[in-house]
Design a protein around this ligand. Structure first.
Ligand SMILES: Cc1cc2nc3c(=O)[nH]c(=O)nc-3n(C[C@H](O)[C@H](O)[C@H](O)COP(=O)(O)O)c2cc1C
Length: 235
């Protein structure tokens, strides 16, 4: 137990009642793919018309190192197929090193104004190099140079060192306005989350939320009806 007087430490917060629509089992598809893509589309659409979901693809990703120390950070979900959600990053980063030692991973998309969240639990697998290369070529020039300049997660003595490294690589590979003007670094790639569980969480009144979890029962993709059973969990 933490050694403090809880009464003094209580944070005074505005309390919202979550009055989302909830989830009706009868309406829930038998495969997680149809369910999650419906919610993700709804969040992306909302981001276009309202200012309360500015980054619908922000994905919180938890990894743990060989000693079990967890690390969590936010990335962008820039890969989504029936094989799973995924993201791109520096393979030598802290998350990359965690995943090399321990491929177990968890991730969540959270849209508080919609009273909705999706949780993914499973194992990470590196995305194929051709998939990574195609995505890398689609990135803006500055981001492609930035991938070279940053030894992500390593200590940085001063900001100026990063600026110098950026300048160095920009000089080496000038912006010719072509997707291939900056080569793909070997240390840059992506991860696919092969899911064992996919949870849809919907906030309801008085904290009586709906939680419907697709639990894997057999090999198959997220779109495979026969690979999943649905379990309701207590809020
Ligand atoms: C909204 C948002 C999106 C981000 N997207 C990415 C991303 O797609 N890939 C990435 O490597 N880092 C991304 N970052 C930075 C990460 O949160 C993190 O700082 C970085 O990946 C290093 O994490 P690590 O040291 O735990 O490996 C993003 C941060 C935010 C707040």
């Amino acid at each position: 137990m933490a050694d403090f007087d809880g009464r003094e430490e209580l944070i005074q917060v505005a309390r919202w009642d979550y009055d989302g629509e909830g989830i009706d089992e009868a309406m829930l598809p038998g495969d997680p793919w149809t369910a999650i893509t419906g919610w993700i589309e709804a969040a992306r659409e909302r981001s276009l018309v309202a200012d309360d979901v500015p980054e619908p693809d922000a994905l919180s990703v938890a990894t743990a190192d060989a000693q079990g120390q967890p690390h969590v950070r936010t990335v962008l979900m820039r890969y989504l197929t029936p094989h799973g959600p995924g993201f791109y990053t520096n393979l030598n980063s802290l998350k990359g090193r965690d995943l090399a030692a321990n491929p177990r991973i968890a991730a969540a998309l959270t849209w508080p104004p919609m009273f909705r969240a999706i949780r993914f639990t499973g194992s990470a697998e590196e995305l194929a190099r051709d998939v990574v290369a195609e995505y890398f070529r689609s990135r803006p020039y500055g981001s492609r140079i930035g991938a070279w300049a940053s030894a992500q997660s390593e200590p940085l003595e001063r900001r100026a060192v990063l600026d110098e490294r950026t300048e160095h690589y920009a000089h080496r590979w000038p912006d010719r306005g072509e997707p291939g003007d900056v080569p793909l670094p070997d240390f840059w790639g992506g991860y696919l989350i092969r899911c064992d569980e996919v949870e849809l969480w919907a906030g309801r009144h008085s904290r009586q939320h709906d939680r419907l979890v697709y639990v894997r029962t057999a090999p198959g993709t997220l779109a495979d009806h026969d690979a999943w059973r649905i379990e309701r969990r207590q809020p």
